[in-house]
Design a protein around this ligand. Structure first.
Ligand code: SF4
Length: 306
């Protein structure tokens, strides 16, 4: 562990490596760290292979996630008096991405449903309290790692900093999801460093249910999360070096098959993943039937920059 729990936040570029200088920091977003844990082969295709292998077209649940995030972002640009259901409807229509749906009727139906969810969610929060940040890019660094990501919303609630992450997937969440989230913990550390005050509360706001799942970190639990990120980054440093030396055939990039393979954007390039099961349809993430479903149907819009 090389950083205190408050984190060392900086906008400075990652240092270059010269003889006699400390080792170059490993630069990553939370999404990049988690991609390695999900599947080393997918990580390779997403972050190392160039040209990048073609990915499948966007699914409907991703379109909904992006549109929801964009509408919620634009909502806070409105003057408080204009933060009305009519404005939400307009923002949702403007943000809507008509990609991945079975047909125009399904798209129209989900535009109405999503608008209702966003409106209900916004009814339940203090719309007059301007967030401290919306889709704000934050960064932190330790002695070995530089993390950059984007927070959906950063609240200042009577002096308490709160990291808020929007979730639009169908699966219900629990407070444990907020507790174990690596990105949320890293954002809290980054926000604390940026604003020079503690930030220990992280929240997942689940739009389909309107639930807010929360966790209050301790300095120790944040320290553990930073150490976890450093450990993953250490593996990634080794993997990247192996790729540079041995290329795509390096054994570190073995496929890690799981139900995720049925949703994987890269499965067309992965025979092992194709054996797991049939590919999910573009709109499977919208269906309430759980047949064959898994958490990736909730393929959330990454808030972290790659
Ligand atoms: S299909 Fe599965 S094993 Fe293959 S790259 Fe994707 S997640 Fe990895």
């Amino acid at each position: 562990m090389t950083a205190d729990a408050a984190g060392d936040v900086t906008a400075a570029p990652v240092q270059q490596s010269f003889d006699g200088m400390p080792k170059r920091l490993y630069s990553a977003s939370p999404s990049k760290l988690l991609a390695w844990l999900d599947c080393p082969l997918r990580y390779r295709m997403q972050y190392l292979d160039r040209p990048k292998p073609a990915v499948r077209p966007q699914r409907a649940h991703t379109s909904i996630g992006v549109a929801t995030h964009n509408a919620l972002r634009d909502f806070w640009d409105l003057p408080p008096a204009e933060r009305t259901p009519t404005a939400v409807e307009r923002l949702m229509r403007k943000s809507w991405i008509d990609v991945g749906f079975r047909d125009p009727d399904q798209s129209a139906d989900w535009l109405v449903r999503t608008t209702e969810r966003v409106t209900a969610y916004l009814r339940g929060i203090d719309r007059d309290r301007q967030p401290l940040g919306v889709e704000r890019t934050v960064s932190m660094r330790t002695k070995t790692l530089a993390v950059t990501g984007r927070i959906d919303r950063l609240d200042d609630r009577d002096g308490e900093l709160v990291v808020v992450d929007y979730k639009t997937g169908r699966s219900r969440l629990t407070d444990d999801d907020a507790r174990t989230s690596l990105p949320l913990a890293l954002y809290a550390v980054a926000a604390a460093g940026m604003f020079r005050r503690p930030c220990v509360r992280v929240e997942l706001h689940h739009l389909p249910t309107g639930e807010a799942l929360a966790h209050e970190h301790t300095p120790e639990s944040l320290q553990r999360k930073v150490a976890e990120a450093e450990s993953i980054a250490s593996d990634l440093r080794r993997a990247d070096a192996a790729y540079a030396e041995e290329g795509a055939g390096a054994p570190l990039f073995a496929p890690r098959t799981s139900p995720i393979c049925m949703w994987c954007d890269f499965r067309a390039h992965c025979p092992a993943g194709q054996l797991v099961g049939p590919e999910k349809s573009d709109w499977a993430g919208l269906e309430t039937s759980a047949a064959g479903g898994n958490g990736t149907a909730d393929g959330e819009v990454g808030t972290a920059t790659a």
